[in-house]
Structure formats: C-alpha cells, structure tokens
Design a protein around this ligand. Structure first.
Ligand code: ZN
Ligand code: ZN
Length: 289
C-alpha cells in the first residue's frame, strides 16, 4: 500500500513538475516552500506560517488548491475555447449578416428605385399626355381662329370686290351720262350745221331770185313779195349764234362732282345739260320753222 502511495505521490510530483509546477515557490517570510493555503486569509503559507500564524485557520494542501485551481482554469480554458469557437462563428455570422444586410439593403434600394422610377415615369407620362392634350386643344383653337380669319378675309375681299364693282358701275354710268351728253351736243351742233347750210343755200336761192326778178319789172312786181316772204322762213342768225353760245356755256358747265367714296352715288355729272338742250331744242324748233 505504501509503495502504491509512494508511487502515486511520485506520479503526482512528476505530473506537477511536468505541468510546470514551480518547485522554487517559497514563503517570503520564512524562505520555506509553500505547503498550504489558508482559506480564512486567502493566502498561501509555508509550514512555519501554518504552525505559527495560521494555527486556528482551516488549511488546504497547496497541491490540492493548485490542482483545484488548475482544474477550474482548465475548465475555463475549455469554456473559452468553446466560446472562441462560438465567437468565431458569431464573427462569420456577423460577416454574413453584414453581407446579407448589405444585399438586402441593395435589393430594397433596387426595389425602392424601381418604385420611384415608376412614379417618375408616371409623372413624365402624365406630363407628356397633358402636353399632348394642350397641343391638341391649341391646334383646334388655332384651326378655329384660322378658319375665322379665312372667313373674315374672304368676306372682306367680297365686300371690297362688291364696292369696287359698285364704283366701276357708277363710273360706267357716269361715263355713259357724259357720252350721252356729248352725243346730244354733237347732234345739236350737227343739226345747227345742217340748218345753217340750209339757210346758206336758201339765201343763195333768194339772192338768185332777187337778181332774176329785178331783170324784169313784171316779175319784180308779181314775185317780189313772195320772194321776200320766203326770207321769213330763213334762219335767224342771232338765234343760231345764241344757241351755239348757250351750248358752249352749258358744255363748260358740265363737270364731274365727286360724291362719297363707296356710297351709292360716287359722283355725278352736273350741268343740267339735258334741260338746256331742251331749251335749245325749243330754240332749234323755232329755227326749224
Ligand atoms: Zn512562512
Ligand atoms: Zn490563516
């Protein structure tokens, strides 16, 4: 049994030595090797300390304390190892969480961007549609305005054409009045000329007759009164001259009187020539006799 104990002890010493137990650890006070651990004062003590200062104290064998503490430490080391593994796992989990979070945020951002892009696109599309509608409406209004402008221009053009036509008609009428008057004048002058020629030839005849009857007294007595009477029908020179003067005066009186432009009467020929011609007519009728 003793040998067994001794062998166990040796093994223990060897084990401790192998485990790095410090054999030089000694008491500061006595220089003796540390043998015990005072549970009461919580300090390691040597044999003299134990027998003197810690006599009533409960003492543990230092080897037991060392074994116990080493075991605790070993356990703790195992725990630490385990914890380190877990921490490493946690670390990689953290990494993966970071990656996953980053990926998630990226996908959320992508989704968000898509959603907002959609919103932007909706706004843009709405704007395009609005502009299109505005354009369409404006085009319609422009078309209406253009049509109205065309109608007004056409109406204006037609009105101007109508006015021009009226003016031209008026001009033609006045021109025809003038022409009629000049024709009347020409006719009157022609009449007077013809009557004058007739008077001249009548005078020639009377003159010849007078010469002829003067050659014989019988003829002179019998025909003188008849020949003289034929002179009564001859033109009165003063009448013809007066009539010519009158015609000339009346012709000079003929003039264009401008009226309102665009009005119904844009002008007329003044001078009452027809009435004066009428007077002349009376006169010439008298001449005619
Ligand atoms: Zn001591
Ligand atoms: Zn003590």
């Amino acid at each position: 049994m003793a040998s067994k104990f001794s062998s166990e002890r040796d093994e223990k010493v060897k084990l401790h030595t192998r485990k790095g137990h410090d054999m030089t650890w000694s008491c500061d006070k006595h220089g003796e090797p540390i043998k015990f651990y005072c549970k009461e004062h919580k300090i390691p003590v040597c044999h003299p300390c134990a027998t003197k200062d810690h006599k009533p104290c409960e003492l543990d064998d230092i080897e037991d304390v060392i074994l116990e503490r080493r075991r605790i430490l070993d356990d703790k080391q195992q725990e630490i190892e385990e914890m380190k593994k877990q921490l490493k796992a946690l670390d990689s989990k953290l990494d993966s969480t970071v990656t996953s979070a980053s990926n998630h945020f990226q996908s959320v951002n992508d989704e968000l961007k898509m959603a907002f892009d959609d919103k932007l696109k909706i706004v843009k599309d709405k704007e395009k549609l609005s502009i299109h509608l505005i354009d369409e409406e404006a085009d319609k209004e422009i078309q209406i305005i253009n049509e109205k402008r065309e109608r007004r221009i056409k109406s204006c053009h037609e009105e101007a054409e109508q006015q021009q036509l009226t003016i031209k008609e008026s001009q033609a009428k006045i021109e025809s009045d003038t022409k009629a008057i000049s024709e009347v004048v020409a006719k009157k002058i022609k009449d007077l000329t013809s009557k004058n020629q007739h008077a001249i030839s009548t005078m020639d005849n009377v003159d010849a007759n007078i010469k002829r009857i003067k050659q014989f007294d019988k003829r002179l007595v019998n025909e003188a009164m008849q020949v003289l009477a034929s002179l009564d029908n001859v033109l009165n020179l003063k009448d013809v001259s007066d009539c010519l003067d009158r015609i000339q005066r009346e012709v000079q009186k003929v003039g264009f009187v401008e009226g309102e432009v665009g009005g119904e009467h844009s002008g007329r020929i003044d001078g009452y020539i027809d009435r004066q011609m009428g007077a002349c007519q009376v006169n010439s009728h008298y001449i005619d006799c």
